[in-house]
Design a protein around this ligand. Structure first.
Ligand code: CP3
Length: 341
């Protein structure tokens, strides 16, 4: 089985001779090739220019040969496409200069079709990546879930407690709902844009799922995510749902018709396998093991592999993205270990 077939089969919950592997944030600052390009261009320039985004996507594929390439871009480009100013600032993270906090701000958002047109570069990039990786590697697209993107759009940047969003949900729930609806509508079409450009599967990032009290999440956020997953489910181009969520919230998220659940390092894969027998599972090595010495990394990666040995539907990945301080040799060790199974 080639890499592409491994990913597709595993995502559809089938048995594979070995688990396929890719890593969240596999292209990025831990690689010197990325850093040299990043010295010349801003992060947003790298996302917007298909030649550069393709080159970066291919860097880890050439160096380590993961089974899947993931589009180099960011989840916040949907907010940008709706007319928000997005910048990624060193040591600060994403900054949105004109956050959406009122009906007036909402009315300034661009119509969906204009926003989708603004995302046309992603389609070009995906087609170029496919040419670069060939037919035997898998190509993954991704989108941010409306709350994870929306909270940045409302806060104007990173926040560990989303106070402005929290207050909006409490005091102006209709405004919040309209913002979420606009993002949801665009995200559904953006998923189709990526599918039309040839992705084999698509990951939805709901990274901030558990930043809200569960009851608030379920009432004000979950219906939008549900609409996306239900509208976009497609057995031939599976959806991978990534969330950092409590076990209790996963009980609800896991009922959505996404074929793959991508779980954080705090959860036990074997327990998830029992709780969700019909789902494929992705993950969930703790990224920090990549910072430990090689024997420790091998030991821990084998624990993850052994938990899922003989089980259908496992895609090996980290529980969250690679951090810039990870040594490249450790990434090589990990990819080689999983592929030698
Ligand atoms: O997995 C991949 O490699 C695909 C590309 C990708 C990036 N960001 C590249 C990136 C994906 C899927 C994301 C998702 C993303 N972006 C999320 C959800 C996933 C998660 O990790 O929880 C979120 C919340 C964002 C928003 C975002 N973009 C943040 C918080 C940051 C700053 C990170 C930091 O450490 O400074 C970004 C910038 C960003 N996105 C970088 C990369 C490689 C670093 C940019 C740089 O400075 O060169």
């Amino acid at each position: 089985m080639n890499s592409r077939d491994l990913i597709t089969a595993a995502a559809q919950g089938k048995s594979t001779p070995r688990p396929p592997i890719w890593l969240m944030r596999q292209a990025g600052r831990y690689m010197s090739e990325y850093q040299s390009l990043r010295k010349k261009y801003s992060f947003m320039e790298l996302c917007h220019q298909p030649d550069l985004a393709t080159e970066i996507t291919l860097q880890p594929m050439k160096t380590f040969g993961m089974d899947a390439a993931i589009l180099f871009c960011d989840i916040l480009v949907t907010a940008e496409a709706l007319g928000r100013d997005l910048d990624i600032v060193e040591k600060k993270g994403p900054v949105i200069g004109n956050p959406v906090r009122s009906e007036k701000d909402l009315n300034e958002l661009l119509p969906k079709d204009a926003a989708l047109e603004n995302l046309g570069y992603v389609s070009t990039t995906l087609r170029q990546i496919r040419e670069g990786i060939g037919a035997e590697k898998a190509l993954l697209g991704f989108v941010g879930a409306p709350f994870t993107v929306g909270s940045y759009m409302i806060e104007g940047g990173s926040s560990s407690s989303v106070p402005v969003t929290f207050k909006m949900i409490a005091e102006a729930p209709e405004l919040f709902k309209k913002i979420m609806t606009r993002l949801t509508d665009l995200t559904i079409d953006y998923i189709q844009l990526q599918r039309d450009a040839g992705v084999d599967a698509l990951q939805i990032f709901e990274s901030w799922a558990s930043i809200l009290p569960e009851a608030i999440y379920l009432e004000h956020v979950f219906p939008h995510l549900k609409r996306i997953v239900e509208t976009c489910q497609n057995p031939d181009q599976p959806l991978i749902l990534f969330a950092l969520a409590t076990p209790s919230l996963w009980q609800t998220l896991g009922q959505l018709p996404a074929q793959v659940l991508s779980i954080g390092p705090e959860h036990d894969l074997a327990q998830f396998r029992k709780a969700f027998p019909d789902k494929a599972l992705q993950g969930n090595l703790d990224t920090r093991w990549l910072l430990c010495d090689q024997p420790t990394l091998i030991r821990e990666a084998n624990i993850v592999l052994d938990k899922m040995a003989g089980q259908p539907g496992h895609i090996f990945n980290l529980g969250h993205g690679i951090t810039p301080n990870v040594p490249v040799d450790q990434v090589r060790t990990l990819v080689d270990l999983v592929q030698a199974r």
